[in-house]
Write a protein that binds this ligand. Sequence first.
Ligand code: M6R
Length: 612
Amino acid sequence: MCGIVAYIGPKEAYPILVKGLKRLEYRGYDSAGVAVLNGALHVYKKAGKVSELENYTIGKDVSATIGIGHTRWATHGVPNDINAHPHLSNSGNLAIIHNGIIENYDSIKQELIKRGYQFHSDTDTEVLVNLIEEVRKQENATLEDAVRIALNEVVGAYAIVVIDRNNPNQLVAARKGSPMVIGIGENEFFVASDASPIIEYTKQVVYLDDQEYTVINRDGSFYIKTLGNVIKSHAIQKLEMSLEMIEKGGFEHFMLKEIFEQPKVIADAVRGRMNAQDGWIKLGGINEYLNKFANAKRIIFSACGTSWHSAMIGEYLIEDLARIPVEVEYASEFRYRNPIINEDDVIIAISQSGETADTLAAIEMAKERKAMIYGICNVIGSSIARASHAGSYTHAGPEIGVASTKAFTAQITILTLMALQLAQARGTISSSKLREILVELENIPAKIERALKLDEQIKEIAAIYKDSSNFLYLGRGYNFPVALEGALKLKEISYIHAEGYPAAEMKHGPIALIDENMPVVFLATNASAYEKIISNIQEVKARKGKVIAVVNEGDKHVRSLADHVIEVPATEEVLSPLVTIIPLQLLSYHIAIMRGCNVDQPRNLAKSVTVE
Ligand code: M6R
């Protein structure tokens, strides 16, 4: 986590850094800082949001044309002014910003202490900058060489930028396991965790690969080398992102904007990838590996959080439609539990950010065991996308709200296309059924539009239950992962304890929780389990629980039992998560707002979890 940004060029660095940090705040927001170099090296840092830093720097000397900035998600040391980045070396000559974790920092720290170094913060980053300083002293090395040698001694993940008080004409930046992009402007360069701080200045970028570093000079020259000191050629890429995409566009919060973007997101996700009339599907990446997929003994999904919920829906879709056995793994468990992986397994990693440390490590492990890796990512050029043999982008546009919404529905859309394409290739679906589902997939954006119109009604329900301490979310079949996702949305942004369960599991434990204070959200749209879910609703009502039911438009039966019904347009059961999740996203959004929570930047969280 953490966001980093750096600038060198003819412009004032400070405003570029601060604006960049605000855009990167989704990556961490417990403290922020900048270092600017104008003869003297000025470091300003503050606990809290970037706005606290801005207030703190009012009237201070920030005028410089080179600088580095950081917004933090604490790993080592509590969020306070001292632990905030940038960190200085003992001599005060070097300043560093760092996104990642240095795992062997403690042993290095003890060694440096023996050599007389003093530490002021609790961070691993302060250890790294002093290690670079020590290497530089011992080896009489240039900054570039010192950074490279030091990085070869550390274990862990990093994206770092280092500047030297005595050289205002150079930045040295390196990455391993944490993202980094270099923006190339007119006689100016930017370095950042993602392209959002860069987009308004240049569209020309280079993505640094793992274990690479760059030396950027004010005279306009720069080069990239591996940590083994081998020069690397680099391809300059054109950013597809626009400024509009990373702004709120009239919505009060990014989360709300992203919820309302979903009709367009689904339409974009299927564009050019299917044709309902002709009954074809061409998902990039699957085509080249169709045989591998179609003959796979097993598909294993690996993901975290919301992306793991998408993976569960992927399991239901692929087993149901294409009849290939599927397993769904939490990446954090998968990577460490010595799983059995065969060459004829296909591993699908799902990740919005494409940077989640556990998911990335899981696919690296599976790759070593010769499995084929398919990545479903939103962020173009992200580490997981690049580490995969093939894959599909979700093309949902930047998702900035920490709570994932549009990325979830975009992932499910891709998984639906994948399941259908595999089903077609394996002959497990009739062409008429295939066309029926594809036609309905084309109708989904309009159905989501209709579901979004329920916003006011959902707001009223939110007002009734906003002070509840607990929520249960229950669903069956395709709606079970939706229940899990609904519960995650509520807890992460409103801090209300919420749990999702398969509806039938309720009587094996959670039913003990039900009383008149327990709101239970039922997903009651699937025809295949309708009668059974009615029984589950009755079981809750018999114990005085409050029932909020998401049903198909026109449903009378559930209405007669539930305290509140939210009517969404009916659709094919395999597509139902795309519609039923919408009211749950809105419910959590409104409850969080009514509780005064910061929905875009919930406490303790960060958008992309690049640490274990
Ligand atoms: O970027 P990823 O999809 O790999 O992220 C995985 C999770 O960290 C993420 O989905 C998280 O659970 C969201 N905050 C949930 O809204």
